[in-house]
Design a protein around this ligand. Structure first.
Ligand code: MN
Ligand code: MN
Length: 453
């Protein structure tokens, strides 16, 4: 394969297509920062493309199914269902901090109100301190009313922050620790307020903030127990570099694959049976009823059979699963010029070199991964060649350096043929992940091509 980035030799039209698509994506990244917001975004867009929400009486070919507003699947049936589906699975949860069930702490010594958090997924905690943070999520009152929370991203909104220690006093407390231990789980508390209520001498600080929550959002302290509130980086996704060739922003793992596979499906010629399934909880092992280890995919396939009005047997159902092909659409890492040592450079992916085909993920001797077999790899790359899509092979780091997994293995257990394919990021899992716009577009093209065959 030619070892040059994909930016070489692009014509004006292609460059324009890439930057138009990237701009649409940049806005999406700026707006959508939680799995619930992603479900809402994709649902609204799917309706625009003529997809309907599945109901038990539904008979038709283009529909979507939501699970708890945290996962969503889109189905297009253009062939015989018996032949199986081309499935793309991505995840819409990202590493972050979640508020604890009892979040509110009043620190009497400093007269400060803080919210306690529990981190979600693999974060380097020190990256989340001393930076503007936003609160996003939902509070559900006992009567079922849901109150949306979105503070920190509108122009006049305040932001929140975890205060770091000044270097002058950090010599022992942080300086003698390992980098990744400089901040510990219980230290991850965000500053909420420090203004007192003038009329309450006993708990002036707490009363002030509770009154404010009541007044502004109609939330009582007890309502916080029944909430899903996420602490995410505040601010917009931005073009990165003088040449604006990259995009930096939060949550690209794996909303970049959700975005590119969703629009790949919407823009495909719709000649096959397609499913794009956007899952939750991948960053914490895919457990839970909205994660890849739940039976959501089985539920979706079964409803696709119902929608087609065919009588089926368990045997036929298994045939359909076994005849299906899956792209596990998740990001891989591209080489960071500052940390080349963690990669086997011969098998490492590079920014701008196109979507990455990852034959296997896992770690320590290919543990905890399904592996795409040679026949499937050959089939996929011949489709990419047919559509003139630039791709590269990549592995996540050196053997024994570390590793990571994707949802691939949870689809493989159904007998489906699965391969990991996605764009590469730099600074993955940080509050500001970076992607080359060329790779973003190449992922979109690759997913569309896979669905079209
Ligand atoms: Mn991921
Ligand atoms: Mn991840």
């Amino acid at each position: 394969m030619e070892n040059k980035s994909g930016w070489y030799g692009l014509d004006e039209n292609k460059i324009k297509a890439i930057s138009d698509f990237a701009e649409k994506y940049r806005k999406f990244l700026s707006e959508v920062k939680t799995e619930r917001e992603a479900v809402e975004f994709f649902e609204n867009n799917a309706k625009f493309y003529g997809f309907e929400e599945y109901v038990p009486s539904y008979k038709g070919k283009r529909f979507y199914i939501k699970k708890n507003n945290k996962a969503i699947a889109f189905v297009n049936i253009s062939g015989k269902v018996e032949e199986g589906f081309r499935i793309i699975a991505a995840h819409i949860d990202s590493p972050r901090l979640d508020l604890k069930p009892y979040p509110l702490v009043e620190d009497k010594d400093t007269e400060t109100i803080l919210f306690k958090t529990h981190y979600y997924g693999g974060i380097k905690k020190y990256q989340w301190v001393s930076r503007p943070l936003a609160l996003r999520g939902v509070v559900v009152k006992k009567d079922g009313t849901a109150i949306k929370i979105n503070i920190g991203d509108s122009e006049n909104d305040p932001v929140f922050t975890i205060p770091d220690l000044l270097p002058h006093l950090a010599r022992k407390v942080q300086g003698e620790k390992k980098l990744l231990e400089g901040f510990e789980g219980e230290d991850m508390q965000i500053i909420i307020s420090h203004m007192p209520d003038k009329n309450d001498e006993k708990n002036p600080l707490k009363t002030f903030i509770l009154n404010l929550l009541k007044e502004k959002y109609n939330i009582d302290e007890n309502d916080l127990y029944s909430s899903d509130i996420e602490v995410v980086p505040a601010g917009q996704a931005k073009d990165v570099g003088m040449d604006k060739s990259m995009i930096g922003g939060y949550g690209q793992d794996d909303r970049i694959c959700a975005f590119t596979s969703f629009f790949g499906m919407m823009d495909s010629n719709k000649k096959t049976n397609e499913i794009v399934i956007l899952l939750d909880r991948e960053e914490v092992g895919s457990d839970g009823n909205t994660g890849a280890q739940s039976n959501f995919i089985e539920y979706v396939v079964t409803k696709a059979l119902d929608a087609s009005g065919i009588n089926y047997t368990y045997s036929l159902y298994l045939d359909i699963l076994h005849r299906s092909k899956v792209i596990s659409a998740d990001v891989n890492a591209v080489v960071n010029p500052l940390f080349k040592g963690v990669h086997d450079m011969l098998n490492a992916a590079k920014a701008g070199h196109g979507v990455i085909v990852t034959k296997y993920t896992g770690s320590g001797g290919k543990y905890s991964t399904s592996e795409a077999r040679a026949e499937l790899v050959a089939e996929i790359i011949s489709v990419f060649d047919k559509h003139s899509i630039k791709y590269q092979f990549g592995l996540l780091g050196k053997v024994d350096e570390g590793g990571g997994g994707t949802v691939a293995k949870y689809f493989a257990k159904y007998g489906m043929e699965v391969i990991d394919i996605g764009p590469g990021l730099m600074s993955m899992h940080s509050p500001f992940e970076i992607v080359s716009k060329f790779d973003l577009y190449s992922a979109y093209e690759a997913y569309r091509a896979f669905l079209e065959g």
